[in-house]
Ligand binder design. Structure first.
Ligand code: NAD
Length: 363
């Protein structure tokens, strides 16, 4: 059965990095006989310029019909003055809510070859490979009631509601356990159950979900300790699962452990495992059009897409091995360059990954 991928290059460096990622997708598609077809559509600022909407109806229809979406990035100064309702970011938010992409998977991987890029000591981070699973559509960011009110004594008071229902916790739990099955088979659930009732329930439901996955180990950690452990000994973790707000903060901290945002992919999945895959970075307008952007985060997003939505784990492994080979060869785009590396363009990095992929597949 053919699998459909929707490609959304977006704005800024988006089209440049996505072009390289699509070459990689095409090669594994042929080599592994995956039966993937893909088509492109507009999103973000470029969609607004063409159609007056950052998420045109035609794009949304194609997105709903796709098994997976590969996105570059959206936004840029050209569109910063627009009304909030038609800002490029609305295109992304619209896709997330329409497709119910509640599970955000953000790996923090530090290739040993890039250990110097981290602000932590190389021995603490070299070989780091953790996955943060963040609930994306609930929790305190969406809870009602919310607002700023004026009390009787005239003082203003801000308030939000931290709420999670059992079903919301269960589905993000399953998402984390499924991901752990594809990796090191360990889930650490992060909560604040010593203070917040919501996370007492979170912890209980995680225990229930764990019973469905006897092959995966579940542990719990308080969020303050988790933040500390992430910078003290991050390699102790395999999969970390947590709510929207804690995940927002912990995943950025974990990303910075690697020191190179141009290397980090991400996925946002729905209950059926369909998802949107994109680099963690933005559209980098400062370097757009120069052909120097790092395409590796987007290429690694293709690997995640193959693993989590397209049931093609071997192809995913091959891409990740090819990226590692290219780093071994000393090739670097400007953002990850060091003194003894060879600085290459976006296109040359794409060429090198394709060549390495051919070599991996022959080996
Ligand atoms: P950014 O991630 O685009 O750029 C931050 C810095 O990192 C810049 O110096 C940029 O040149 C560099 N950088 C980022 N990706 C790179 C790559 N692949 N190769 C080499 N260098 C890279 O963040 P920003 O500057 O805060 O935002 C720029 C625009 O992107 C804004 O309009 C913002 O709203 C948008 N944005 C979009 C997304 C998304 O589409 N998911 C995410 C974040 C920001």
């Amino acid at each position: 059965m053919s699998k459909k991928v929707l490609v959304l290059p977006g704005d800024g460096i988006g089209p440049e990095i996505v072009a390289q990622a699509v070459r990689v997708l095409d090669l594994v598609n042929t080599q592994f006989n995956l039966g993937i077809t893909h088509e492109s559509a507009l999103v973000g600022g470029s969609a607004y310029d063409e159609t007056g909407s950052p998420l045109p109806e035609a794009t949304l229809t194609k997105a709903k019909a796709a098994d997976a979406i590969l996105l570059g990035a959206v936004g840029g100064p050209k569109w910063d003055g627009l009304d909030m309702a038609v800002r490029p970011e609305k295109g992304l938010l619209g896709l997330r809510s329409n497709l119910e992409l509640f599970s955000n998977l953000r790996p923090a991987i530090l290739y040993p070859q890039l250990a110097d890029a981290s602000s932590l000591k190389p021995e603490i981070v070299a070989g780091l490979d953790i996955l943060i699973v963040r609930e994306l559509t609930g929790g305190i960011y969406f809870g009602q009631p919310r607002g700023i009110r004026t009390l009787e004594n005239g003082e203003r008071q801000g308030f939000n509601t931290y709420v999670y229902s059992e079903s919301e916790i269960r589905r993000i739990g399953r998402s984390a356990f499924e991901a752990a099955r594809q990796r090191g088979k360990r889930v650490c659930s992060i909560d604040k159950s010593n203070v917040l009732e919501v996370t007492v329930l979170w912890k209980e439901v995680m225990e229930e979900v764990a019973k469905e996955y006897p092959d995966v180990e579940l542990t719990h950690m308080l969020v303050d300790n988790a933040a500390m452990q992430l910078v003290r000994a991050p390699k102790q973790f395999d999969v970390m699962v947590t709510g929207n707000m804690f995940g927002d903060i912990l995943s950025d901290a974990a990303a910075m452990l690697t020191g190179s945002i141009g290397m980090l992919p991400s996925a946002s999945l729905n209950a059926e495992g369909r998802g949107m895959y994109e680099p963690c970075h933005g559209s980098a307008p400062d370097i757009a059009g120069q052909g120097i952007a790092n395409p590796l985060a987007t290429i690694l997003s293709v690997a995640m897409m193959l693993r989590y939505s397209l049931d093609a784990k071997e192809a995913a492994n091959a891409i990740e091995a090819a990226v590692s080979r290219v780093l071994d060869q000393g090739l670097r785009t400007a953002d990850i360059a060091s003194q003894d590396s060879q600085t290459v363009t976006t296109q040359a990095m794409g060429d090198a990954v394709l060549a390495a992929l051919e070599a991996v597949l022959k080996a």
